[in-house]
Design a protein around this ligand. Structure first.
Ligand SMILES: *[C@@H]1O[C@H](CO)[C@@H](O)[C@H](O)[C@H]1NC(C)=O
Ligand SMILES: *[C@@H]1O[C@H](CO)[C@@H](O)[C@H](O)[C@H]1NC(C)=O
Ligand SMILES: *[C@@H]1O[C@H](CO)[C@@H](O)[C@H](O)[C@H]1NC(C)=O
Ligand SMILES: *[C@@H]1O[C@H](CO)[C@@H](O)[C@H](O)[C@H]1NC(C)=O
Ligand SMILES: *[C@@H]1O[C@H](CO)[C@@H](O)[C@H](O)[C@H]1NC(C)=O
Ligand SMILES: *[C@@H]1O[C@H](CO)[C@@H](O)[C@H](O)[C@H]1NC(C)=O
Ligand SMILES: *[C@@H]1O[C@H](CO)[C@@H](O)[C@H](O)[C@H]1NC(C)=O
Ligand SMILES: *[C@@H]1O[C@H](CO)[C@@H](O)[C@H](O)[C@H]1NC(C)=O
Ligand SMILES: *[C@@H]1O[C@H](CO)[C@@H](O)[C@H](O)[C@H]1NC(C)=O
Ligand SMILES: *[C@@H]1O[C@H](CO)[C@@H](O)[C@H](O)[C@H]1NC(C)=O
Ligand SMILES: *[C@@H]1O[C@H](CO)[C@@H](O)[C@H](O)[C@H]1NC(C)=O
Ligand SMILES: *[C@@H]1O[C@H](CO)[C@@H](O)[C@H](O)[C@H]1NC(C)=O
Length: 830
């Protein structure tokens, strides 16, 4: 997603102008030093610690919205500090922002402008004048950090306040440990927040302090960060304060406050019952306040969270953390990360160091979300026996590259998430589109979960049952999304009634039976058509002959909004909005592109988006028919015009690296039989938009969407969603091995004639970087532009990609083009 997309583009430009005078980098320089040292040491290491190459701070500036907090893979708990200002994931590098505390629930890479979660924040305090003088309210307690002391690595997070109190955290799936180090000789105080979350949406809650057990239980209801405010979710936490009896409480009590003078503390009180709150919060603030006896220098606090009950939050802390030490839990988390990260092993000694760091940091974020809340379902998912994941935020972002990357290495993880999508259909009638905070979030495109589950079915149908996925249910869920118009299509399903009637999503159409934001008709048509292609693929797989016909036909509906008469920059024919009577509604293809000069134009979800394309321009979205690019090329006037047009799109500045519909455009030249242009373009995209700094993402990570498009670029591959086809581009590394433990196969890609000089924005002439030939297990592939998952990473063995510096001789696929429906492609599934 990324509602702040246009804003982000402008901001990137501003940061670029200000250049190096704006060094706001907060992570301790030691973080980068250690990563660089680890990369250098890899040449001599016997076993490689891949976690040492991860920089969790990439994407914590420049609106990347990445959470650098402590988390296990797919952790429901992500412990991070919460800062003031624009900080949707809690933490940001900006040193002028204040820390309000550390809290156990966060999302990573979601652009909900007010933030997501941040509930149950705790802040260490020094109150030299005692309990009644403690700074408990949000404003009073906030504090700057000590500059350049922030630390993070997989499973670990730390920040130091400017009063020298260090905050550290490590975690399990639903619990964690916090360690606070105070200056010698001070009395540790803590304020714990019942009401506040990042969006300030408190809708009521209850808190209890049990001073004997040293336990605080709390929970309540809040509004979602990205979805209808009509719904609220519940969350609970359990704070154990005594470190298994090693610490002694001194004072304890409750507090309430607001920003207009209320600042009350109640020493000795143990109960807050604010069960209903209709005005939101802040302004309403409340929580616990306590101190420790004997001036301990270090205080350890155990935290459990749950979406079911406070009791379950305590159980989660007991079963997942128990009496383990901080180092134990940190080591466990690190081991879980090592397992995920070692699934793709780059030849680190021979790979440019920045590529290694970008790659493993991306791979890290590809396993950071969605949040595994299995056993923690609420609402329709209470007590579900299926897997349950929170923060599917949004499928529109993740179907393109996030799940295809998971496909290479991790069918078990993928199957768990697919099971959860299907369960959405079982419990609500449609698959979830953009679940956020356990609630339905806003739909951006179509029912893009269709392309996620179909990608799984196409690539793992033989193993589906063993992986716990029922293909019949999967298919029923797809058909429901494709055929059943929900009463409100803003949160799941699609506006399919009028779409089927018109053959496109009509603008300003009479729809007597469903509601939803009457916007984005252009991009919705394109996404709906691709959703239909996903359904068609599974229909084909399952021999549903009639459905194959229907959904193949519908997958071509993208053609129905092609207006051959619209011109822009000398190119003719663009996707346009269209009335139900067939008349096109003219939209300047430049509108909502990075070149749009109207900064106030609505391009996102708001009801004044007249542009017709979601966060995007017609220039950008007119390239979107990944299943039928060959026909698109024809519409655009043939290969030469297409190549000119795509080149112009990049050189003129219509490409938006931080926007998902742009992802596939960089490899579009493959479809016009000019693969060397894709190679050049991908190098340019990577080095113009990504690096190893906190500002190293082109905007919102979108739950790993940016991470995974970058990972594919670095591997020299690009996936076609809902198919088993992979395009071959040009790797940024001489060699890598992809392990698939479930299939029990490993595949090594060796890049012959790899030249590290090619790994820059512009490949110098005379440097090998262009694909001359591809062989798989000794046999040349039929084309050097693409191969199939079934013939490669599913089988294991050796893939050799031979590069050449002779660009001209390499500028064709020397075999078939990547498939398109209209030229007989995707005729069967594997
Ligand atoms: C960096 O590495 C050194 C030496 O291994 C270690 O002591 C230190 O804790 C590391 N620092 C960070 C920030 O990881
Ligand atoms: C620490 O930050 C606070 C604001 O949060 C500021 O008032 C105070 O002067 C700072 N202290 C130091 C030692 O920089
Ligand atoms: C941290 O750096 C910022 C920006 O340079 C500066 O405004 C602030 O005073 C510094 N904070 C401390 C505690 O030194
Ligand atoms: C909180 O108060 C409400 C009524 O104000 C009551 O119904 C509820 O039982 C109370 N809950 C607790 C946990 O005390
Ligand atoms: C954690 O792992 C480190 C490095 O492998 C090891 O030295 C240390 O003993 C481990 N600590 C615990 C508590 O297991
Ligand atoms: C879930 O199961 C528990 C234990 O059987 C039960 O107490 C609870 O009421 C159930 N919750 C819902 C919402 O069905
Ligand atoms: C999710 O959590 C469940 C319950 O602990 C576990 O069985 C499953 O392996 C987890 N899946 C992933 C992808 O983390
Ligand atoms: C579909 O038909 C093919 C060819 O007849 C057969 O091999 C396959 O098992 C069938 N698949 C299903 C799901 O019925
Ligand atoms: C799709 O179906 C419609 C009506 O059922 C038909 O008019 C159209 O020609 C079909 N399109 C294709 C590409 O087969
Ligand atoms: C189609 O409807 C639009 C909007 O009502 C109108 O402007 C246009 O003239 C109509 N076209 C035809 C051919 O009737
Ligand atoms: C583009 O080039 C390919 C390969 O030479 C050719 O098969 C295809 O027909 C061309 N497409 C068009 C629309 O001319
Ligand atoms: C590696 O990244 C850093 C930070 O973006 C940059 O300064 C440096 O030039 C990069 N090195 C190479 C060789 O690209």
């Amino acid at each position: 997603m990324g509602p702040s997309h246009r804003h982000t583009v402008l901001h990137t430009f501003a940061a670029f102008l200000l250049g190096t005078t704006l060094v706001l980098s907060q992570p301790s320089p030691q973080v980068q030093k250690n990563i660089s040292a680890a990369i250098q040491a890899a040449a001599k290491a016997k076993t490689i610690d891949y976690t040492a190459f991860v920089n969790p701070f990439i994407g914590t500036d420049n609106f990347g919205d990445v959470c650098p907090g402590a988390s296990v893979p797919f952790g429901m708990a992500k412990f991070s500090t919460d800062l003031t200002g624009y900080a949707p994931a809690g933490y940001v590098t900006d040193p002028t922002q204040f820390i309000r505390g550390i809290s156990p629930l966060h999302d990573s890479g979601t652009g909900a402008s007010s933030g997501s979660y941040g509930n149950f924040e705790i802040m260490p305090l020094l109150c030299p004048k005692g309990f009644d003088t403690c700074t408990t309210t949000l404003l009073a307690r906030e504090r700057l950090r000590k500059n350049n002391t922030d630390l993070a690595s997989p499973g670990y997070f730390s920040q130091t306040l400017n009063n020298s109190i260090q905050i550290e955290a490590t975690s399990t799936r639903r619990a964690g440990l916090e360690r606070f180090t105070f200056p010698k000789g001070s009395k540790p105080y803590f304020v714990l927040d019942l009401a506040n979350d990042l969006p300030g949406s408190f809708s009521g809650g209850v808190m209890d302090i049990d001073p004997t057990a040293g336990r605080v239980t709390l929970g309540g209801r809040w509004e979602p960060s990205f979805g209808p405010g009509l719904f609220t979710y519940q969350a609970f936490a359990c704070y154990d304060l005594l470190d298994n009896g090693k610490q002694t409480l001194d004072e304890y009590g409750t507090w309430t406050g607001d920003t207009f003078g209320l600042d009350a503390k109640a020493l000795g009180q143990t109960h807050l019952n604010l069960s209903v709150n209709l005005i939101g919060g802040p302004p309403y603030q409340s929580g616990a306040l306590f101190s420790y006896a004997n001036e301990p220098e270090q205080v350890n606090i155990r935290v459990g969270v749950s979406f079911v009950s406070a009791e379950q939050a305590c159980q989660n802390a007991e079963t997942e953390v128990g009496t383990s030490s901080f180092e134990d839990i940190m080591n466990q988390s690190k081991a879980l990360w090592q397992d995920k990260l070692s699934r793709i092993e780059l030849d680190v000694p021979n790979t440019p160091p920045n590529v290694t760091e970008m790659f493993y940091s991306s791979l890290y974020r590809s396993f950071l979300t969605p949040n595994n809340a299995t056993g923690e379902g609420q609402g329709p998912f209470a007590n579900t026996t299926s897997m349950y994941f929170d923060s599917l935020y949004c499928s529109w972002d993740t179907f393109r590259t996030f799940y295809p990357l998971m496909t290479l290495t991790s069918p078990t993880d993928f199957a768990n998430i697919v099971d959860n999508y299907i369960d959405g259909w079982r419990k609500t009638g449609w698959m979830p589109e953009c679940r956020s905070n356990n609630l339905p979030g806003w739909t951006q495109g179509g029912s893009d979960g269709d392309n996620i589950v179909s990608h799984f079915a196409i690539n793992y149908h033989d193993e589906a049952t063993e992986l716990g996925v029922d293909l019949n249910d999967l298919y029923s869920a797809l058909v429901a999304d494709g055929n059943v118009n929900p009463p409100e299509w803003n949160i799941h399903g699609r506006q399919v009634n009028v779409y089927k009637q018109s053959g496109f999503v009509p603008f300003a159409a009479y729809d007597p039976a469903s509601t939803g934001r009457q916007t984005r008709e252009g991009s919705r048509t394109l996404e709906y058509a691709f959703n239909d292609f996903g359904i068609r693929q599974v229909a084909l797989l399952m021999n549903k002959t009639e459905d194959v016909t229907t959904f193949t036909n519908r997958s071509l509906f993208y053609r129905n909004i092609w207006d051959p008469d619209v011109k822009s920059d000398g190119f003719q024919g663009f996707m346009q909005k269209r009335f139900a009577n067939g008349t096109f509604k003219f939209i300047d293809p430049i509108d909502c592109s990075p070149l749009d000069t109207d900064e106030n134009r609505a391009c996102s979800l708001t009801d004044d988006n007249e542009n017709g394309f979601y966060e995007s321009s017609s220039w950008e979205y007119s390239f979107f028919a990944p299943h039928d690019t060959a026909h698109l090329i024809q519409l655009m006037g043939g290969n030469d015009t297409f190549v000119k047009r795509l080149s112009h799109y990049f050189s003129a500045g219509y490409y938006a690296a931080g926007n998902e519909p742009s992802f596939q455009t960089a490899v579009g030249f493959h479809y016009a039989d000019q693969p060397t242009k894709s190679v050049d373009q991908v190098r340019n995209v990577v080095f113009s938009n990504f690096d190893i700094t906190p500002a190293g993402l082109p905007g919102n990570d979108d739950q790993g969407a940016m991470a995974t498009v970058l990972a594919f670029h670095l591997l020299g591959l690009y996936p076609v969603p809902s198919t088993s086809q992979l395009l071959v581009v040009s790797p940024f590394t001489p060699k890598y091995t992809v392990h698939n433990a479930f299939l029990n196969v490993s595949t090594t890609v060796t890049v012959q004639n790899f030249n590290s000089k090619s790994v820059q924005k512009t490949i110098p002439s005379g440097v090998a970087a262009y694909v001359k030939s591809v062989t798989v297990n000794g046999k040349p592939t039929e084309s050097r532009c693409h191969f199939d998952f079934y013939d490669t990473f599913r089988l294991g063995g050796d893939i050799v990609i031979e590069l050449t510096d002779d660009k001209n001789s390499a500028n064709s696929c020397a075999g078939s083009l990547p498939e398109s429906i209209s030229t007989g492609g995707f005729a069967s599934t594997r």
